[in-house]
Design a protein around this ligand. Structure first.
Ligand code: ZN
Length: 345
């Protein structure tokens, strides 16, 4: 959830022209050229219709008429090929002051085939070619010298081959009640997956006895299965910026991730070739704690306003917004992160 000002809000407020292509959480914003990332959530809606009414209709219709044939639902690399052609067109035709574009080719390939799979490496090579196209397009349109190009990821991923369905454990112990069709009719405690981590909610937050009961149940289960790395209390989770309404937050061990299934095995081994065919089953995923070992992502910047040859040893995702605002000559106020001054000219 967005709690403060966004980079695109302050850019628009200062008179800039902004474009966003499948950038997350931009629906119904005031971005002038917007094709938002919202996935259809009703069977009778499709991606185009849902995006259309939350973004800029004429802009999206024009992109769809030109490049829509490249796309095949949300299948990759087709979707990124569509997004990419739309981006090059937007750079050329609209020359926005700020363009945000979100590619998901690499993420999808890692989910389906694993972190180091040949499919993931091929996706990285496609990204490399796409980056080359962007630089080429900026040069051809004589705006390269005035532009800053930033490549960033918002998460990494970790290979896994086992799923933890703790709601089955809660159901077996009477904390979740289901009807004959398996639909939840009542619960006293429930787990909500964030993939690599999960929230535990109890219906009555003030019932400390219930929270301790659930904690014991999970700790005992984990003694046998060793699938959970850490259990955070509600206060600890809040301290890290997670949902303060949770009763606990769980971090999966490497090799595991959480789902919310109510049927089947509590610990499920993923069969070879199962990933990708079943929508929520994957070979690699994210949503782990940002403090997990070997789970870092990338931030690279070049061009106008950026010093050459600087390597930043450590930074946080929350530093990206204020740094990009500074590059636009703006300031993001009341933020958690800092401007990475070391890279700025
Ligand atoms: Zn993903």
């Amino acid at each position: 959830m967005l709690g403060g000002e966004t980079l695109y809000d302050i850019a628009i407020d200062s008179g800039m022209k902004v474009a966003a292509l499948l950038w997350p959480v931009t629906a119904k914003s005031s971005i002038q050229y917007n094709m938002p990332e919202i996935f259809a959530n009703r069977p009778w809606q499709n991606q185009i219709m849902v995006s259309l009414f939350n973004g800029s209709p004429l802009f999206q219709i024009s992109l769809n008429n030109r490049f829509g044939a490249l796309r095949d639902g949300i299948k990759q690399p087709n979707l990124d090929n569509f997004t990419h052609e739309s981006l090059l067109y937007t750079i050329k035709e609209k020359k926005p002051d700020l363009i945000l574009v979100h590619y998901t080719d690499l993420d999808t390939m890692r989910h389906h085939h694993g972190f180091h799979s040949k499919e993931a490496i091929e996706a990285l090579k496609r990204h490399d070619i796409r980056l080359g196209d962007i630089i080429e397009t900026l040069k051809k349109n004589n705006i390269y010298d005035d532009s800053t190009v930033i490549v960033l990821g918002d998460h990494s991923s970790i290979d896994e081959d086992k799923i933890i369905n703790l709601n089955i454990l809660l159901k077996e112990n009477g904390y979740i009640k289901v009807d004959a069709l398996g639909n939840i009719i009542d619960y006293r405690a429930i787990v909500k997956t964030c993939d690599g981590s999960a929230y535990v909610y109890v219906k009555d937050m003030h019932n400390k006895k219930l929270v301790y009961e659930i904690r014991d149940l999970i700790d005992n289960f984990n003694k046998e299965h060793k699938c959970i790395e850490t259990v955070l209390t509600s206060d600890e989770a809040r301290g890290l910026g997670a949902d303060p309404q949770c009763a606990m937050m769980l971090e999966a061990n490497r090799g595991y991730y959480f789902l919310d299934h109510l049927e089947g095995e509590i610990i499920k081994n993923i069969e070879p070739n199962e990933a990708g065919k079943v929508p929520d089953i994957t070979n690699a995923t994210h949503g782990y704690s940002p403090f997990k070992e070997e789970y870092t992502t990338v931030f690279m910047a070049t061009g106008c306003g950026i010093k050459k040859g600087i390597a930043i040893k450590k930074m946080n995702l929350v530093d990206e917004g204020p740094t990009m605002a500074k590059l636009l000559g703006l300031e993001l106020k009341d933020v958690d992160g800092r401007v990475i001054e070391e890279i700025l000219e």
